[in-house]
Design a binder for this molecule. Structure first.
Ligand code: C5P
Length: 219
């Protein structure tokens, strides 16, 4: 049965990784495939939401009927998400943001010279934290937490420090779920000690269940 419970909502979702250039041909990035964020976007659109999908480079085809914005760097993603925040009812940061960028990007290709190369990296802004602290009344902000240990403690810490309404946490030390795989298993943490485990399932089912939690909580 087709649910239409997200009708009238504007949902903005980030997905994939961001990339940080070193020079015109090289960049830093991470292992995110973008699958979780793209599934969230597809499911939200199918359930009636107006969806903005803000994504770094991925191998995926954007779902139909979403407003797709492709970006490259963390700065691009931050600017886009902050622009979309005032128009959004729900914002989900499913992207694996590059935590660092190269301090000085070379405008020419760096030549090999047989020596070691040192790059100075500076920390990128925390987009989720900025969204969490700028959100208005009634807006819901959701983040992800990929952890290898102490999942619950770290997730609850992020709920607080980033002022998020929900943190969707998963254990990335497991090879069968998370990065690059088609399946996931998550625990959703929310305010007032809300905690709900979603057992291992396809990322599509996980996306459906994340929106079920939002609907159930009347948000
Ligand atoms: O702090 P950590 O990277 O573990 O938090 C993960 C959550 O924060 C994810 O939702 C991710 O999209 C978001 N994040 C962000 N900006 C960063 C780093 C992470 O929005 N620079």
């Amino acid at each position: 049965i087709q649910k239409n419970d997200l009708e009238g909502k504007v949902i903005t979702i980030s997905a994939g990784s961001t990339i940080e250039p070193i020079d015109p041909v090289r960049y830093l990035t991470n292992h995110s495939s973008g699958k979780m964020g793209f599934e969230l976007a597809k499911v939200a659109a199918n359930r009636g939401a107006i969806v903005n999908l803000v994504s770094g480079p991925t191998k995926l085809t954007p779902p139909q009927n979403v407003n797709f914005v492709d970006i490259k760097t963390t700065t691009d993603m931050k600017d886009t998400m902050l622009n979309l925040l005032p128009k959004s009812d729900v914002v989900i940061m499913a992207a694996a943001v590059s935590d660092y960028r190269v301090k000085e990007i070379s405008n020419k290709k760096i030549k090999k010279d047989g020596e070691s190369l040192q790059l100075t990296l500076v920390q990128n802004p925390d987009i989720l934290k900025e969204l969490g602290h700028k959100k208005g009344k009634g807006q819901i902000i959701i983040g992800f937490a990929a952890e290898t240990n102490n999942l619950e403690n770290y997730a609850k810490g992020k709920l607080k420090s980033k002022n998020a309404d929900f943190i969707v946490a998963n254990d990335v030390s497991r090879k069968d779920i998370g990065f690059g795989t088609d399946e996931n298993e998550v625990i959703i943490f929310g305010q007032n000690d809300f905690k709900q485990k979603i057992s291992k399932a396809s990322k599509e089912i996980i996306a459906e269940k994340i929106f079920d939690v939002l609907s159930m909580k009347g948000e």
